[in-house]
Write a protein that binds this ligand. Structure first.
Ligand code: PMV
Length: 354
């Protein structure tokens, strides 16, 4: 009987780095040149929903992203599929009368449908949620029994930042030392309830696709930026320890200072790259100036800002009261226009991987 189909759907939120990952020491395995720390968002707002299906009637592996078929030929998809398949186990579904043996998985093909509820490749870490969700749902479908950390090392081979989306709350991606990448994986630093007063607001400055992909940007920075090498050796190791401490003690002023400084250094590395890479635009720069003025006028940081490989601002407020004030001010100084649209997202305590 070739008519059966077995499906699994999963939802994974994206994550925002507060200590950035920028630069690979191995491009195929996706091994970074420094540790990084991120916060995983509430799954309601910025997430990927992926359905994976298997059926003997499927003739090849196929994938659709936001309804459009995309090629799975790239090495990153192949790495994730291969790693998950090699760990597959027997699957029994008595209700449907389906029995798949471990060794059958090599002959069966999967269909994957993935949707982002936010702009793809606009610097909102769509690949992070995407690959984390792909690996998680395939692992469920194929009854893979690895623990979350091992799954994160597989998601890493799809997109580096994806490894951090396998956990909720605050997450560290440990760069690891092994040449085969076996110890380059994510660990949870604090659960999603540890610091749930924090409110994250994403100001969507532009939903246009970025011009320089993070892959080619990183490669150019590794090849040409002396600042990047200084950063990864001399700056990040200390900052990681300070950030872990700030998170542990819920020290917002330290958290904010480290987050903003690290974002600014990442964008300085981009400028130090030859040719220079510009991810932020005039609106991003105006938002930074405004936040700096606000923080200085209060004597102690009220809000943190951070920007990934795109112009959108991620703003972090210590609580709802400050977040409300922040939104009012943002809307006043940066009114929504044809290319600016402010959306707010809150970190919740919902289960992160449904
Ligand atoms: O994992 P990638 O290739 O999408 O790179 C992510 C790079 C940054 O978002 C800029 C930083 C980070 O740590 O997420």
């Amino acid at each position: 009987n070739k008519n059966w189909i077995l499906m699994v759907t999963a939802q994974t939120p994206t994550n925002i780095a507060v200590i950035k990952y920028w630069g690979k020491r191995d491009e195929t395995l996706i091994l970074p040149i420094n540790d990084s720390i991120s916060v995983t968002l509430d799954p309601e707002h910025l997430c990927t929903t992926t359905t994976v299906a298997v059926s003997p009637s499927f003739e090849s592996d196929k994938m659709w992203l936001n309804g459009k078929e995309i090629s799975l030929a790239g090495g990153r998809y192949q790495s994730c599929l291969r790693e998950i398949r090699s760990r597959a186990n027997d699957v029994e579904d008595e209700e449907k009368g389906i029995s798949i043996k471990k060794q059958d998985w090599d002959k069966l093909h999967v269909h994957i449908a993935s949707f982002n509820n936010f702009p793809t490749a606009a610097g909102l870490a769509s690949s992070a949620a995407g690959f984390a969700c792909l690996v998680y749902s395939l692992a469920k479908l194929m009854n893979v029994k690895e623990e979350q950390g091992k799954l994160s090392a597989i998601a890493r081979q799809g997109s580096g930042s994806a490894c951090r989306s396998l956990f909720g709350g605050f997450v560290k991606w440990i760069m690891g030392n092994e040449a085969n990448g076996s110890d380059s994986m994510a660990v949870q630093l604090a659960s999603e309830t540890h610091w749930d007063d924090l409110v994250i607001i994403i100001a969507v400055v532009s939903s246009r696709q970025k011009e320089t992909s993070s892959t080619s940007g990183m490669r150019e920075s590794v090849d040409t930026s002396p600042l990047l090498h200084y950063r990864s050796k001399e700056v990040v190791p200390k900052r990681i320890l300070q950030m872990e401490e700030a998170i542990k003690t819920r020290d917002f002023p330290s958290f904010a200072k480290l987050t903003c400084t690290d974002s600014n250094q990442f964008h300085a590395v981009c400028l130090d790259t030859s040719p220079p890479i510009f991810y932020m635009n005039d609106t991003s720069h105006r938002i930074i100036s405004y936040m700096e003025k606000w923080n200085r006028s209060q004597g102690t940081p009220q809000v943190a800002y951070t920007f990934d490989a795109g112009p959108n601002a991620v703003l972090i407020a210590p609580n709802r009261k400050v977040a409300t004030l922040l939104l009012q001010r943002l809307l006043f100084y940066f009114p929504p226009s044809a290319d600016t649209d402010l959306s707010s997202f809150v970190i919740g305590d919902k289960s992160l991987l449904k």
